[in-house]
Write a protein that binds this ligand. Structure first.
Ligand SMILES: *Cc1c(COP(=O)(O)O)cnc(C)c1O
Length: 487
């Protein structure tokens, strides 16, 4: 008798026992979710997770089967009512995008096909490639550039910096590690740069100290004079500068570093220019920012998110590398199990794993592909401009009230302000504004986030929300004043 033979007498699968019931459930889910999205404005922006929910979500590993219908009921009861809030028109926390109904359904379609979008000759690979090509066109990168879709700007920054590090001086770092070079590599970025760049540098084996933090000016933009002095001092001390990471839209205030000057320094000093444009890079689509962001086209690499200011459902970002050859050299490998064939399913395009660390990857390209087609790039430019216009509108509301105070200049889509009744100490203002923020959330009024600017607690609105309207910012200001005056 063969081992396990009795199993072969009674084979099973994970498909539904009853396809009609599953289909019906699917229809119900689509209907419910369309209602959920369509009526989002009528609900509070956030609901505090209940003890009931937390208890339900700490039960042990399921052993017995349960019907899909009852699982969906549990989702409906315990999970759906307690969302992060970012699909709501009055959500502006961190930098978190809104998503769209078609994006939601694209994820369903992608899950149905369930491609592993890495290697092989099938349609999804071509969709992935087309989205990368479109990204290059959006950002003004040359045809010879390469790119890869990733989970977020964190990984896109890391991917770009790996290429930059490996490309430096052709020292075969990939084989020999940093031990293969005696150069003490250092790179530069502003103090306002996102922490994920620190993490990238840490994981590149360069050590966090290699990331030189250049001071910023009053607008939170990288200070060019300080940068030049730091590069000169490092060179004099025997360090080897290899890269500058410039911001297009800092996470705190949306500041844009002086790209033209940074580009000139990179050319003069032969440094790699990487741009973290996580959300801000797409401002390039607007006529107002296109000239100021023109230098981006000359960067060696660029990271930006689709899930932030392109409003695509989580999660998807893009990393572009000007020199596709360097990109490939940083990651390509050809183990026998990934050998590309002349024909058959293992044929087709250059495998995506030759351009990044990940092997298995989902079909996240589809939601970008469908979204870009659904609206066309002009509509994205219009939405982005709308968000910028709303930021200046909010600034005007703040400036119009004696008890509200702007804390940073508005550049793009981020507004930092505070409630200040003019009769409190700095310490009291810090606590008061923090309290106001938490109240705004708990009352479900609006969801701005926070930052601390020069020691001052700021209520921070980062607007990558296509659902927000003027009235939502009015409601925010009204809420801040009500809570503040009532305190
Ligand atoms: C959000 C953000 C990141 C990180 O991007 P993820 O998509 O969250 O990984 C990096 N830089 C800036 C400026 C950001 O706003």
């Amino acid at each position: 008798m063969l081992p396990f033979q009795e199993i072969l007498q009674n084979e099973t699968s994970l498909d539904p026992k009853n396809w009609d019931n599953m289909r019906q459930l699917g229809h119900k889910m689509v209907d419910d979710m369309m209602d959920y999205l369509q009526n989002v404005r009528e609900r509070p922006v956030w609901q505090k997770p209940t003890d009931d929910m937390k208890e339900f979500l700490s039960t042990n590993l399921p052993t017995e089967p349960q019907s899909p219908e009852s699982i969906y009921e549990e989702f409906f009861k315990y999970i759906l009512p307690f969302p992060e809030g970012n699909i709501h028109p009055r959500f502006w926390m961190w930098v978190i995008g809104t998503g769209t109904p078609l994006g939601m359904m694209a994820d369903m379609l992608a899950a149905a096909m369930n491609n592993n979008n890495t290697i092989g000759d099938f349609s999804a690979m071509y969709v992935d490639k087309q989205v990368v090509e479109w990204s290059k066109q959006m950002m003004g990168f040359p045809d010879t550039a390469s790119g890869i879709l990733l989970s977020g700007a964190s990984l896109a920054n890391t991917t770009a910096l790996i290429v930059a590090r490996n490309a430096y001086g052709k020292r075969n770092i990939r084989k020999k590690g940093l031990r293969g070079t005696t150069a003490k590599l250092v790179l530069y970025t502003s103090e306002a740069t996102h922490i994920c760049v620190d993490k990238s540098v840490q994981s590149l084996g360069l050590g966090e100290n290699a990331l030189r933090k250049v001071p910023t000016n009053a607008n939170y933009e990288l200070d060019i004079t300080a940068l030049q002095q730091m590069i000169a001092a490092d060179k004099a001390a025997g360090y080897t500068p290899f890269c500058i990471v410039a911001n297009v839209g800092t996470v705190g205030t949306g500041a844009i570093d002086p790209l033209d000057e940074i580009l000139a320094i990179c050319k003069k000093e032969k440094l790699w220019l990487h741009i973290d444009g996580a959300f801000g890079a797409v401002a390039k689509l607007t006529p107002e920012f296109a000239p100021r962001l023109k230098a981006m086209e000359q960067a060696d690499s660029l990271a930006f998110d689709f899930h932030k200011w392109m409003y695509v459902n989580y999660e998807v970002a893009c990393c572009l590398i000007r020199d596709g050859k360097l990109h490939r050299e940083a990651f390509a490998s050809d183990p026998i199990y990934l050998l590309k064939h002349e024909r058959g399913i293992a044929g087709g395009l250059d495998p995506v794993n030759n351009y990044g660390i990940e092997l298995s990857r989902g079909f996240k390209a589809l939601k970008v592909w469908m979204s870009l087609k659904e609206h066309g790039i002009a509509q994205y430019a219009a939405q982005i401009r709308q968000n910028i216009a709303q930021s200046f509108y909010l600034e005007s509301l703040v400036n119009a009230h004696a008890h509200l105070e702007m804390l940073a200049p508005v550049t793009l889509n981020i507004v930092c302000f505070r409630y200040n009744p003019q009769n409190k100490t700095e310490k009291e203002l810090f606590e008061l504004n923090k309290m106001i923020l938490m109240e705004l959330h708990e009352r479900g009024i609006a969801a701005p986030s926070f930052t601390v600017l020069k020691g001052k607690y700021a209520i921070r609105v980062a607007n990558v929300n296509h659902r927000s309207r003027k009235e939502d910012f009015e409601a925010l200001v009204k809420g801040v004043l009500e809570i503040g005056e009532g305190s």
